[in-house]
Write a protein that binds this ligand. Structure first.
Ligand SMILES: Nc1ncnc2c1ncn2[C@@H]1O[C@H](COP(=O)(O)OP(=O)(O)OP(=O)(O)O)[C@@H](O)[C@H]1O
Length: 365
C-alpha cells in the first residue's frame, strides 16, 4: 500500500498531487509534461518534494513536516525506465546481481534463478548490454529491479522504446510480476492498450494535478481522460465475456448486454472476462441497427458526452446498454445531420478487423 501527497515546484511548473494504491498495478496516465516522470522521481527519491509525505506499507519514506527523507537506496523501490540504463561495462549477470546489492540478506525475498527463468534471459547472462536488443535490455532492467526484492516497482514508460512485437513479448512478463510475484507496480504510460491490459486503477494527471482517478473502466469511458490527445490515440475499452469460438470462420464471440462483439482470432476460453480495446477512429455511429453492411458488431447505447471544438471533428462518448462506454470519433457534420445529441439512442458499429487478440486484455484481478 502506498500513499502519496506531494508538492514540488519545478521552474514554472507546479506539481501538487495525492493518490494511493492498494496493490496490483496503478497506472499514471496523462499528456506529455503533466508531471508523471516528476511523480516517479519523487517516489523513488531522485528528487525531494518541497513538502508532503510518502508512506509505503505503513513506513514513512518522506514526511517533510517531521523532517523524514529516506534516501533512495533505502526505500526498497525498484525502478525501470524507458531506456534500460544498464551498466555497459558489466555483464548481464553482474547487472542483475547489482540489483541485490543494497538489499539486506534477510530481506531478499526474490531469488535469482526464478527471475532469470521468468524473464527468459538465461542465455544472455555472460553478455554485455551493448550486445543485447532493446527488448532483451528491458528484460534485464526488469530483472535487476526485481532482484532488489522491492516493496514497490516504478515503471516509467518501460515499453515506449520498443516495437509492437517486443511490447507483446514483455507485457505478459509484467502481468506475471503482477499476478505471480504479486509486486505492487506504479506504471507510467501514454498507451491505453498497456493500461487496459495491466492496471485496475488509474490516476490521470493534467498540469501537475490529479484530474481523474478511479477504476480504469470508469476513467477511460469518460472522454475527458484523454482530452487533448489526437483522435488516432483516443481509445476506450469494453468489458465483455468470451461466449464461444467460431472455428469455421476463425472468430471469437464476446457477449455484452449492448450486443455481441466479434473479433478476429482466439480470445481465450469461454467464460473469461476481458477488456476489448476500441480505437475511437474504428467506431461508426448509426441511428438504426445496420443492415447490408459488412460490420458485425453493433452495440446499442445512448449518446453521452460530445466533445467538439471549432474543428470539423468531435469525440462522442456512447453510454452502452448494461455497462461501459465506447468513444467514437465522428465529424460534427455527421452528428448534426443524424441529429445526435446527448440522450439520443445510437448504435456503435465496430469493424471486426479492428479487433483481434492484441486488442483484448484479461481483466486484471
Ligand atoms: N528539473 C526541472 N526543472 C524545471 N522544470 C522541470 C524539471 N523537471 C521537469 N520539469 C518540468 O515539469 C513538467 C513535468 O515534467 P514531467 O517530465 O514530469 O512530465 P511527464 O508527464 O512525465 O511528461 P512525458 O510524458 O513527456 O515524459 C514539465 O513541464 C517539465 O518541463
Amino acid at each position: 500500500m502506498i500513499r502519496v501527497d506531494l508538492h514540488k515546484r519545478l521552474g514554472a511548473f507546479e506539481l501538487a498531487i495525492a493518490f494511493e494504491s492498494d496493490g496490483g498495478v496503478l497506472a499514471l496516465f496523462g499528456p506529455s509534461g503533466s508531471g508523471k516522470s516528476a511523480t516517479i522521481a519523487l517516489i523513488a527519491g531522485l528528487m525531494r518534494p518541497d513538502r508532503g509525505a510518502i508512506v509505503l506499507d505503513g513506513r514513512p519514506l518522506v514526511d517533510t513536516a517531521q523532517g523524514v527523507i529516506v534516501p533512495p537506496h533505502a526505500r526498497r523501490i525498484g525502478l525501470v525506465f524507458q531506456d534500460a540504463q544498464l551498466f555497459p561495462h558489466l555483464s548481464v549477470k553482474q547487472n542483475l546481481l547489482f540489483g541485490r546489492w543494497f538489499t539486506p540478506r534477510s530481506e531478499r525475498r526474490i531469488a535469482f534463478a526464478p527471475v532469470v527463468e521468468t524473464l527468459g534471459i538465461g542465455h544472455l547472462l555472460g553478455r554485455r548490454p551493448g550486445r543485447l536488443s532493446g527488448g532483451e535490455k528491458q528484460r534485464v532492467a526488469i530483472g535487476r529491479a526485481l532482484l532488489s526484492s522491492p516493496r514497490l516497482l516504478l515503471m516509467d514508460e518501460p515499453l515506449a522504446a520498443l516495437d509492437a512485437e517486443r511490447k507483446q513479448e514483455i507485457l505478459p512478463l509484467i502481468e506475471r510480476l503482477r499476478d505471480e510475484v504479486r509486486i505492487p507496480i506504479v506504471y507510467v504510460s501514454h498507451a491505453v492498450e498497456e493500461v487496459a491490459r495491466l492496471a485496475a486503477r488509474v490516476v490521470v494527471l493534467a498540469n501537475g494535478r490529479v484530474a481523474m482517478a478511479g477504476a480504469v473502466e470508469d476513467v477511460f469511458g469518460d472522454g475527458a481522460a484523454q482530452a487533448g490527445e489526437s483522435r488516432f490515440r483516443r481509445a476506450s475499452f469494453v468489458t465483455a465475456r468470451v461466449a464461444r469460438h467460431d472455428t469455421h470462420w476463425g472468430l471469437t464471440e464476446l457477449s455484452h448486454p449492448a450486443g455481441t462483439i466479434w473479433l478476429a482470432g482466439h480470445a481465450g476460453p469461454p467464460g473469461r472476462d476481458c477488456r476489448v480495446i476500441v480505437r475511437a477512429t474504428d467506431v461508426t455511429l448509426a441511428t438504426a441497427h445496420p443492415a447490408g453492411l459488412s460490420v458485425r458488431t453493433a452495440l446499442a447505447g445512448t449518446v453521452g458526452r460530445i466533445e467538439a471544438g471549432d474543428g470539423p471533428l468531435a469525440i462522442v462518448t456512447v453510454d452502452l446498454a448494461g455497462h461501459g462506454h465506447v468513444l467514437a470519433s465522428a465529424t460534427r457534420k455527421a452528428l448534426a445531420e443524424l441529429d445526435l445529441a446527448p440522450g439520443r439512442p445510437v448504435f456503435a458499429l465496430i469493424k471486426t478487423v479492428a479487433l483481434d487478440e492484441q486488442a483484448v486484455a484479461v481483466v486484471p484481478p
